[in-house]
Design a protein around this ligand. Structure first.
Ligand code: ZN
Length: 131
């Protein structure tokens, strides 16, 4: 397993992107809409990790709800696996609580699934698999 990206919840991509571009001196990717999460995404590809900036597009988007409760900040860490379905089955068997039993389609057409933060010390962990 290796880290793929850190997801950061922002109120406005328009405001956040130029700041992160200034810090890392790289240009963010074009805006992408991820229907399953109701978010707009722009990413910054760094040497060994991506930064995923997320803005909610609806009241019931997980990102909108997160910002309401906790404000802007780190939302999740994403770890890349080769077989996400198999890994989810394995974790379930080991008693880890999952938010998503089945992989969903995330940004860049990656398969993603979230583990429940109640099982992971309050850290929202995402598994991801390239297709
Ligand atoms: Zn993510």
């Amino acid at each position: 397993m290796k880290i793929n990206h850190i997801g950061i919840a922002v109120k406005s991509l328009k405001e956040a992107v130029p700041i992160f571009e200034k810090i890392f001196k790289v240009k963010a990717t074009e805006e992408e809409f991820v229907e399953s999460q109701k978010v707009k995404v722009r990413k910054l590809h760094l040497e060994n990790i991506e930064i995923e900036l997320l803005e909610g597009t609806a009241e019931d988007s997980p990102i909108t709800k997160f910002i309401e409760k906790r404000g802007e900040g780190i939302h999740h860490c994403s770890f890349e696996v080769d077989d996400i379905a198999g890994k989810l089955d394995e974790l379930k068997e080991d008693g880890i609580k999952l938010i998503n039993d089945k992989p969903q389609v995330g940004s860049d057409n990656m398969l993603i699934a979230f583990l429940h933060p109640k099982s992971t010390a309050g850290v929202l962990m995402e598994l991801s698999q390239r297709q």
